[in-house]
Ligand binder design. Sequence first.
Ligand code: NAD
Length: 321
Amino acid sequence: MIIVPEREIPALLTREASYKAVSDVFAAMASGDAYNFPVVREAIGHEDALYGFKGGFDRVGSTLGLKAGGYWPGNLEKHGVINHQSTVFLFDPDTGMVRAMVGGNFSTALRTAAASSVSINHLARKDAKVMGMVGAGHQAKFQLRAALEQRGFEKVIGWNYHPEMLSNLEEVASEAGLPFEAVELEGLQEADVIISITSSFDPILLENHVSPGTHIACMGTDTKGKQEASAELVAKATLFTDEVAQSVSIGECQHAIAKGLIKEGDISQIGAVINGAHPGRSSDDEITLFDGTGVGLQDLAVSAALVDLAIEKGVAIEVDL
Ligand code: NAD
């Protein structure tokens, strides 16, 4: 069995490798060659932790396995380690033998950023110039870095519930040599692309904050009850997602579905656009919205890439099990 320790992963996993792994597995999901297993998520009644498993099988990528982990709210304070903890296990689909154990903390941020990045590449207008951000936490920095590589952006604008965190966005914009401007929500009308990545339970982005032709990637809503965009805004957009079953139950589309404003059939898999089975954006005035709910197959895909990279760079640990 190969072990890829968490400490090696930031130096191994590039945005390019994450993008390719995530794009390929989205395509395989849409063509019916890969599927996610039902998610298990439990409040374990210890340390207020939420723990669970996200698994799947990708026949094309020959990837079988699961991500185990969750959220321990007291970790940082009590133990000095981050609150989100996860580990990926890969198995040989031909034999069921365990193949690898891979740290899943850093790669979660890169695989999530790769998902919105894939959506921007396929759905944003080619002439997009202004990148808008809603959210400025840990994930937001990864999201913004990856997004800025997809178009010739000239400026970053951002809003956050906690304005003191906006310096995170300014830092990433300045790394890319771009100006940053903090705006009110109405100011987001200037954006050609908007990523939302917050832990909000109430709508932030409303119809009057978004101009025609904008591409929105809603990335924060990954649980029942969370919400970043109003149901009316969602209903106005042409909708795409990683996985429709998750989009309607735990993703951004759950609220528009509950209000009867959209039907499950209104939401397309982003993989269908990647495969050329769906045309994607159909006009410069259309609002497109990608509901990135986060699927286990994304984790497995980047972890499989990490195993190859770790072997290539000589940092993989091999053990007999
Ligand atoms: P973080 O704690 O570092 O940042 C939280 C962000 O949410 C900050 O911008 C904060 O200001 C904002 N926020 C907090 N309370 C708010 C409120 N009441 N209203 C509006 N905004 C509020 O968290 P993070 O690691 O950056 O994660 C952000 C979100 O992304 C979380 O909801 C997380 O579950 C989700 N996430 C999704 C995926 C996916 O695949 N879709 C993957 C990882 C994380």
